[in-house]
Design a protein around this ligand. Structure first.
Ligand SMILES: [Zn+2]
Length: 69
């Protein structure tokens, strides 16, 4: 795996892959993620707003907020 990663980095000109950051209300059981941290859906959040990558959001089976679809 490490060899593959190194090869990939060399191949793509040493640039780290671009990660899309999304926002999540860090409640006990979040189900949605948001593209903007000033989304109306997030303004209702009474917990902390955390940043995660889109990759992580998909892995956690989160769905895009309805206001941003
Ligand atoms: Zn939203």
């Amino acid at each position: 795996m490490k060899t593959f990663l190194l090869f990939f980095v060399l191949l793509t000109g040493n640039r780290p892959p671009i990660k899309t950051v999304v926002y999540l209300c860090d409640s006990t059981n979040p189900k949605k993620y948001h593209l903007k941290n000033d989304c109306r859906g997030l303004s209702r959040c009474t917990h902390h707003i955390i940043e995660i990558t889109l990759e992580v959001a998909k892995k956690r089976k989160l769905e895009l907020c309805k206001l941003e679809q």
